[in-house]
Design a protein around this ligand. Structure first.
Ligand code: GLN
Length: 573
């Protein structure tokens, strides 16, 4: 029998209220109470997954260990909890329709008319139940805003859940907005009333209303919402704007959210141990140092595109008692005639990072920024595309391969130092076909990468998502998540192996270069994988932690010597 209890989180009034953070925080609070949980996201769009969507449209694509390209909210779920999520934790309308249509073509429905109710809704319910097997509580977040046409089948499916499993096993939490109108000096409850009304029209009666607001709601406002929305006054919870998303679990706990959940679901749970969250929250407020990191990419106008990266830099800084100021610099700015301004920006950074990306736009600007980091001894961290371009830059400017390039940007380069992976050559479709998910990698001794992982090895016990193992031959094994089609071209290994450029991380079969670095530079490293998908505030990823530490050291050098104007020893491309 299914013993799992379900919490369904819906959102109303406007989008971007932080439903993902609220769901993650509920997860964190319930885990802190010793409950075994899972979190699932239901996305109403027709795409099978967000992998084929433009980052400007959808933000970051998060990647799980099992290689699913998912909504970025899954990144929050993993960062706030101990969960390792899978493909099944992100269900889209596209996936639901895909499987129903496949079944219909196979004749599974025996000539019946295939309909939204019951076929689509049953398929949604089947998926939710499958993910939540053996869990005490499943938190299910429904994407979109109540009132959207697209989310109706999901809402209908979750409505049926309460009928199927009973009131004590199903809880609806609705997140709304309570705006403060300055001219009237009043908090407004009407949007919340309307949104709850909308939800009740389709048969869902929320028991808890979480109100996003810029201040803690006074009791009279809570009482008003309770009366009009038919909930208990202490089931109206403020989700106050917080300085950091990592303050939200504590803030919702102070409002009594977890107590109310436990009461409504009639489940026994110990009182929560929130000491780790308290440490994070105070650590963020009491940073002793500050450092500026320049992220040079092309999706810089939409920060959501670099969500995990942004968070990982914050985690790395937290581990160094540091505040990180992240400057997003558009790589295309380096492609204009006058690059003094972006160079000036770079020169104010103590660390430079080139993140993952696709397509040829903005590439030469990234190469210029990488060259600047290399020639000015500024700590550099290249992630996926950032590692590929660090290879291209080195080939062009050090190894004398002037026309070196990645085949991604130039179909037929003279020196394709980055080439299409062998098993990618015959792939014709786009969705889900890259090298995706967690793969092992062996880190060589006496390298920067080794030191980075080794230093943090002992701490990788509790709450960590970073798999690090010390091997009997003295090397280290790690497992990191990938999302790419191109790789270092092994035909160039010998030329690169010049005593400076070092391949410090290689796949266990010796075929794929996973980490590269420079011996002659204080801190210069690139990885083919995405460490940002495994960093959490409770367990910052070693690469981000050490990158921030190197940047801090670099900034201290400047504090004593004084930072000059941007040196122009870079080569323009
Ligand atoms: N576009 C490159 C590739 O497909 C890099 C991908 C990435 O940075 N995630 O290999």
């Amino acid at each position: 029998m299914n013993k799992t209890k379900y919490i369904f989180v819906t959102g109303g009034v406007v989008s971007s209220l932080g439903k993902g953070i609220a769901s993650s925080s509920i997860g964190a609070l319930l885990e802190a109470r010793g409950l075994n949980i899972t979190i699932q996201k239901l996305d109403p769009y027709i795409n099978v997954d967000p992998g084929t969507m433009n980052p400007f449209q959808h933000g970051e694509v998060f990647v799980t260990d099992d290689g699913a390209e998912t909504d970025l909210d899954l990144g929050h779920y993993e960062r706030f909890t101990s969960l390792f999520l899978t493909k099944k934790n992100n269900l889209t309308s596209g996936q639901v329709y895909d499987s129903i249509i496949n079944n219909e073509r196979k004749g599974v429905y025996l000539g019946k008319t295939v309909q939204v109710i019951p076929h689509i809704t049953d398929e949604i319910k089947r998926n939710i139940i499958e993910v939540s097997k053996d869990k005490d509580i499943a938190i299910v977040e429904i994407g979109g805003t109540v009132g959207d046409i697209e989310s109706l089948p999901f809402l209908e499916a979750i409505r049926q859940f309460r009928l199927d499993l009973g009131r004590e096993n199903v809880l609806y939490i609705h997140l709304t907005l309570v705006p403060y109108i300055k001219t009237a000096d009043e908090l407004k409850t009407k949007p919340t009333q309307h949104s709850v009304k909308e939800l009740r029209t389709i048969g869902i009666e929320p028991s808890i209303i979480v109100c996003r607001a810029d201040r803690v709601l006074p009791s009279d406002i809570k009482a008003k919402i309770a009366l009009f929305c038919n909930v208990e006054p202490d089931a109206v919870i403020t989700a106050k704007d917080e300085e950091s998303i990592y303050d939200v679990p504590l803030s919702l706990h102070r409002e009594g959210l977890d107590v109310k959940i436990i009461e409504y679901l009639d489940i026994w749970a110990k009182s929560p141990d929130l000491s780790e969250w308290e440490k994070i929250s105070s650590g963020l407020k009491k940073a002793k140092h500050s450092v500026t990191i320049g992220v040079v990419g092309k999706y810089v106008n939409l920060k959501e595109s670099y969500k995990s990266l942004n968070e990982s830099l914050i985690h790395g800084a937290l581990a160094n008692e540091t505040h990180v100021d992240i400057k997003y610099i558009n790589s295309e700015d380096f492609e204009c005639e006058n690059i003094d301004a972006p160079l000036q920006e770079l020169s104010a950074c103590s660390g430079i990072l080139v993140p993952g990306g696709f397509g040829s736009r903005g590439i030469s600007g990234m190469v210029t920024a990488i060259n600047y980091a290399r020639t000015n001894a500024i700590p550099y961290f290249g992630i996926c595309l950032g590692m590929q371009l660090m290879t291209v830059e080195y080939a062009r400017n050090v190894l004398g391969l002037k026309n070196a390039d990645s085949r991604e940007f130039n179909g037929n380069p003279q020196d394709p130092v980055i080439d299409l992976m062998e098993n990618q050559k015959n792939i014709g479709t786009m969705g889900g076909t890259m090298r995706l998910g967690a793969y092992p990698c062996v880190i060589k001794k006496n390298t920067l990468a080794f030191n980075i992982y080794f230093k943090n090895f002992k701490k990788s016990g509790k709450n960590t998502k970073n798999y690090v193992n010390l091997n009997s031959d003295g090397t280290i094994s790690i497992s990191e998540r990938h999302r790419h089609r191109f790789e270092f071209n092994n035909a160039y290994r010998e030329i690169f192996d010049n005593g400076d450029f070092t391949f410090s991380g290689i796949s266990p079969d010796g075929k794929l270069i996973e980490v590269s670095e420079l011996k002659t530079h204080p801190w210069y490293i690139g990885c083919q994988f995405h460490p940002e998908f495994k960093s959490t505030p409770l367990s910052p990823h070693p690469l981000f932690k050490e990158f921030i530490s190197a940047a801090l050291k670099h900034s201290r050098k400047f504090e004593t010597k004084g930072r000059g104007s941007a040196k122009k020893s870079y080569e323009t491309c």
